[in-house]
Design a protein. Structure first.
Length: 750
């Protein structure tokens, strides 16, 4: 294989990994090294590694040159590599992407010829990318760990450099540092691996001054490391591959995701920052970039906050050792620093797997608040259930995190991740909300499962009784909490969602862990679908007749009110009067009394409106009424409306608008009419089977504590709906106390 063949193979950053060409280059390094060094010099002089600047395509030769030179400890690469690192953040993303920082530091150390002046010059270059400067300090640490540099002199250098940075921060002021504190924080973090005793007093002072915050590594960690014997610190550092020279370039590069997927479905390079361009959705799967994890960058969980104020907060701080935030933050940081592209791709596939090409772009159109919720849920799914491609194989993320080589979790953090993996994502009915405190939840599928009170401060502010929500319930210090993610559903999704879940539960062949994963997938897909496609409009059915509900209103001009009132008064099945309107009632086989027509006062003094809720009621009602009323009325027209169309065409921003016309009555009269109607409609409610109670009647459900809470939840949901309706109609709320009293049920949960 000649150089032209090797260059062609290594330049193509697409599957499969060019193992044969890379092995040939490695075996014949002395022969081909000048070509690789020339590539480094070309890039260091300003040459691009992009082959397609519009779509982000990359030439892989530069990356192979750096890695192979590092493995061979070829010092001819030192000068051009160090020079290339004096670059902007955008250029660093192009050249090194996820390797900037720790991995780049290993490569700089590997090719260093013993003269550390170029490394120091890079560390001191305030105009260079933060991660390249940090790589310079990591290179010094690696050289100490490998026995090629003196620990004391390196620590003295880092101390002096940090003092300069601290002075710059003092001069800039706390609100104008523009992220300058990042380098100080990362610099002392690098020093910590060597035993930070010589810097400890300085570090304490910087913490006290507020020049750094405990977002990367806390003060207690430094104090613990400073108290350790130097030999133990160095031994601990040496056990971490991140503090060692590059020894197998091909093994490290073969795991890049660009070599693991069939083209052209994914990236053309391993650089996360350039694939695909932010907001791109021209074909294939939509991916919305996860940001690079700098302390002042947006958190990769999608919260919209800076990393140092979100998942990065206290991620490595012993003070937060037992907290869930510390474990999740540490897991996110570990994953995004080592497998950023694989993480991003796995999340993108999960979000888009059930969406077509027209629906996928709509995820990009979400506002920041909605996108924050999507990303938080997606990241937790990844930690709890997801998998990513590592060296050509799919690996369960939780196993990666908890297995050998994973983050150094504290016992409490490890316990949280383990519990996250165990607890399934389930669907629950919200039966009680205590704003700012928590919610009481009942399993939507297992109607015999006991209610659970979960403590949730922020989520409970917006939760509504009667809604469905998908959550993982965690045990924390003797009580229950929501894990962090939440999947709230529109009531328009309820029927379809529950039908899909029940179908799976009733399949005897689906059990155990498989069942949990399928239920989780359905919950996630239906929740995401709410953002990407129109909500399903239910077919509204009259519970008694089984006919589709239509909104039918017959309008009449009243020619003689007295004759009309007398005619209606003669009918034993008519209730009401001229002040509030009339209703025609009939008794049903289930023991309930229902109305077939509502006769309401019109908008003008000589008008009435007869409202029917099905076509059959209207077809029977019109000839009956006209025969009864005779010449006292004159037909003026019929208005028919399908409630599905009414919901579909509801004005944007008016979720509470009603499809029906509210009678033009004084508020108190209207309230009295509605109260009478409610009492008639719910007269036998206690003894009617209800699907939400597992087919039991409310009275039957009271036999168990679980059933009693579910009945309470139904009643609370009725009251919540009535509160909204009363506010919209400008009247008093109608009390459902008669239902509580009929059942002898206390409002307080047991």
């Amino acid at each position: 294989m000649e150089w032209h063949d090797i260059r062609t193979a290594l330049s193509r950053m697409a599957p499969p990994f060019p193992l044969a060409a890379a092995e040939e280059a490695r075996q014949r390094w002395d022969e081909f090294a000048p070509f690789f060094v020339a590539e480094l010099e070309r890039v260091a002089a300003g040459g691009s590694t992009l082959t397609d600047e519009i779509n982000g395509g990359y030439d892989g030769l530069f990356s192979f040159a750096v890695y192979l030179a590092a493995e061979k400890r070829d010092s001819r690469a030192y000068g051009p590599l160090a020079l290339a690192c004096h670059c902007s953040s955008e250029r660093a993303d192009e050249l090194f992407a996820d390797d900037a920082g720790i991995q780049l530091g290993r490569m700089l150390a590997s090719v260093c010829d013993g003269d550390i002046a170029p490394i120091k010059a890079l560390a001191e270059d305030w105009g260079a990318d933060l991660w390249c400067r940090y790589a310079a300090l990591r290179a010094l640490v690696v050289r100490v760990v490998e026995g090629d540099a003196d620990r004391d002199s390196v620590l003295a250098y880092i101390k002096a450099l940090c003092e300069e940075e601290a002075n710059a921060l003092r001069q800039a002021g706390p609100d104008e540092d523009a992220g300058l504190d990042d380098f100080l924080t990362w610099a002392i973090d690098a020093a910590g691996a060597l035993g930070p005793a010589p810097l400890l007093e300085n570090i304490r002072g910087w913490f006290d001054e507020g020049l750094i915050d405990p977002s990367i590594t806390g003060l207690e960690w430094f104090e613990k490391k400073a108290a350790m014997p130097v030999e133990d610190c160095l031994a601990e550092a040496a056990a971490n591959e991140n503090n060692r020279y590059i020894r197998d370039a091909l093994d490290e590069m073969a795991s890049w995701y660009c070599y693991e997927l069939p083209e052209p479905s994914r990236a053309s390079s391993h650089q996360a920052s350039a694939w695909p361009p932010h907001g791109s959705h021209s074909g294939g799967t939509v991916v919305r970039d996860l940001p690079k994890v700098g302390r002042n960058d947006p958190c990769p969980c999608g919260s919209g906050k800076k990393f140092k104020k979100c998942c990065g907060k206290e991620a490595n701080e012993p003070a937060a050792a037992e907290g869930k935030d510390g474990g999740v933050g540490k897991a996110v940081l570990w994953l995004t620093s080592r497998h950023a592209t694989a993480v991003k791709t796995s999340i993108a596939v999960m979000l888009n797997e059930d969406l077509d090409k027209e629906e996928q772009p709509r995820l990009h159109e979400l506002d920041e608040h909605a996108w924050e919720g999507v990303q938080i849920n997606a990241m937790e799914w990844l930690l709890a259930e997801g998998s990513i491609a590592v060296k050509g194989a799919q690996r369960n993320v939780a196993e990666l995190l908890l297995g050998p080589g994973g983050p150094s979790f504290t016992p409490g953090q490890r316990s949280w991740i383990e519990q996250l993996r165990r607890q399934p994502l389930r669907l629950y009915d919200i039966t009680e909300v205590l704003p700012g405190a928590g919610m009481r939840l009942c399993d939507a599928l297992d109607t015999e499962a006991a209610p659970v009170m979960v403590y949730e401060k922020s989520g409970s502010e917006h939760a509504q009784v009667g809604n469905l929500i998908g959550v993982r319930i965690m045990e924390v210090d003797g009580h229950h909490e929501i894990s962090g993610s939440a999947y709230p559903f529109s009531r328009l999704m309820n029927a379809s969602l529950l039908a899909q879940l029940h179908a799976v539960v009733e399949d005897a062949a689906v059990q155990g862990e498989k069942l949990s994963h399928i239920l989780s997938a359905i919950i996630r897909r239906c929740w995401i679908a709410q953002y990407a496609r129109p909500l399903p409009l239910p077919t509204v059915i009259d519970s008694h007749s089984g006919d589709p509900i239509l909104l039918i209103t017959d309008h009449y001009r009243v020619k003689n009110w007295d004759d009309l009132a007398v005619a209606l008064a003669t009918q034993s099945d008519i209730e009401g009067g001229r002040a509030s309107g009339w209703a025609r009632l009939f008794d049903c086989t289930d023991g309930q009394t229902r109305q077939s027509v509502s006769i309401n006062l019109g908008k003008s003094e000589d008008r009435i409106e007869l409202f029917y809720k099905t076509q059959n009621y209207a077809d029977q009602g019109r000839p009956w009424f006209e025969a009864l009323a005779g010449k006292s009325v004159e037909f003026a027209g019929r208005v028919l409306s399908d409630p599905r169309s009414a919901m579909k065409n509801r004005p944007a921003g008016k979720p509470g608008s009603s499809a029906t016309t509210v009678p033009n009555l004084p508020p108190e009269v209207l309230a009295e009419a509605i109260e009478n109607a409610l009492r008639r409609s719910y007269a036998n409610w206690s003894d009617v089977p209800i699907p939400a109670l597992g087919g039991k009647t409310p009275r039957q459900a009271l036999a168990t504590a679980t059933g009693r809470e579910r009945v309470r939840g139904l009643l609370r949901s009725y009251e919540a709906g009535e509160k909204v309706q009363a506010a919209q109609q400008g009247r008093r709320e109608i009390s459902y106390a008669f239902l509580w009293e009929a059942l002898g049920l206390d409002r307080a949960a047991e």
